[in-house]
Every structure is written in structure tokens, then in C-alpha cells.
Design a protein around this ligand. Structure first.
Ligand code: ZN
Length: 177
């Protein structure tokens, strides 16, 4: 099976607030499988549903101990501050130092409908916070100041001009606001 294309900056689905998952079923499980494939291929350590054009609240990830899924996640606690050079598969090739809470407690559901509760620190915590942002229609660019944003858009525009039009089905076509 062909792997799922990852949507990039400019695609409106990335700006949308995703909806709760209503049914945890076989079709969700198979979509998660395909998302994990796309994530490993990228390669990345996390991928949220909106990044493959599905505006639903779940993401897949692998923080070193195998493929995992978190459905309808919620961050119930966060504290501290931690700066990290953060990138995103939907904003290819760029990264910025972004300050976020250092520790979080996140809860959600797995593919069997089981409750999941994770307390995470530093990079693992960052991974979940990053994927949560995707579910809320937020991208790294939303954390930048005006100068950084202008510079980022210039770079992204050049990148797309040089090799952005070779996508056969046009799903990754870029529009700049
Ligand atoms: Zn991302």
C-alpha cells in the first residue's frame, strides 16, 4: 500500500481544531497503522491525524519503546519550563528554540479503549505537547515573532518553488497566506 502523504504548512487542515474520536474501531486501528508507517518513513517520532488530512483527535508516536497511539488526549497538568530546538514534519527542514512546560501529565485512550495516563518530562513531554498542538490547529510558526515568521515563510516559499510541484495528486499543494 502506498504510504500516506504528510500535509505541509499551508494546508488548511493543519489550522483546524480537530474533533473528538467517537468510535475506537478497526478502521481507526488500520489508519493508525498507516500513519505509523508514514511516521517511520519520514522519519519522525510522532504524527498527528491532521498531518495526514484527518481532523480527529489522535496521534501516533514511538518514543523508543515501540509504536503507540493516544486517542482523545488531554493534558491535565503541566509545570516548569524547558527550551528545545523543535522541528515538525509539516514544516520540513526548519526548527526553532521554543520554550514550553518541562513536565506534563497527559491522559487519553488506546486502541483497545483502555485508559492511558502518562507523566512525561523533557523530550517525551515535548513530543506530546507538539502533537496536542496539531490537534488544536497550532503549528510551530504560531510561536514565532514577526521577524522569525517572515524569515520562515521566505525559506518555505523557496523550498516549495524548487520542488513543491512534483506531488502527483496535488494533496500537498501550498498556498501562502
Ligand atoms: Zn508537527
Amino acid at each position: 500500500m502506498e504510504s500516506l502523504p504528510i500535509r505541509v504548512f499551508g494546508d488548511p487542515v493543519l489550522k483546524r481544531v480537530a474533533e473528538d474520536v467517537q468510535d475506537i474501531d478497526g478502521s481507526l486501528a488500520s489508519l493508525c497503522g498507516r500513519m505509523l508507517e508514514a511516521m517511520y518513513q519520514a522519519p519522525g517520532i510522532g504524527l498527528a491525524a491532521p498531518q495526514v488530512g484527518v481532523s480527529k483527535r489522535f496521534f501516533v508516536y514511538d518514543y523508543g519503546d515501540g509504536p503507540k497511539v493516544l486517542i482523545n488526549p488531554e493534558i491535565v497538568e503541566s509545570d516548569g519550563e524547558w527550551e528545545f530546538d523543535e522541528g515538525c514534519l509539516s514544516v520540513p527542514g526548519l526548527s526553532w528554540n521554543i520554550v514550553r512546560p518541562k513536565r506534563i501529565h497527559i491522559v487519553g485512550y488506546g486502541l483497545e479503549g483502555e485508559e492511558i495516563s502518562i507523566e512525561a518530562d523533557e523530550l517525551e513531554s515535548r513530543l506530546y505537547q507538539h502533537e496536542m498542538d496539531h490537534l488544536n490547529g497550532k503549528l510551530l510558526l504560531d510561536y514565532l515573532d514577526d521577524d522569525q515568521k517572515r524569515e520562515a515563510k521566505k525559506i518555505l516559499r523557496q523550498m516549495i518553488m524548487s520542488h513543491g510541484n512534483d506531488d502527483p495528486d496535488g494533496t500537498q499543494r501550498i498556498k501562502f497566506p
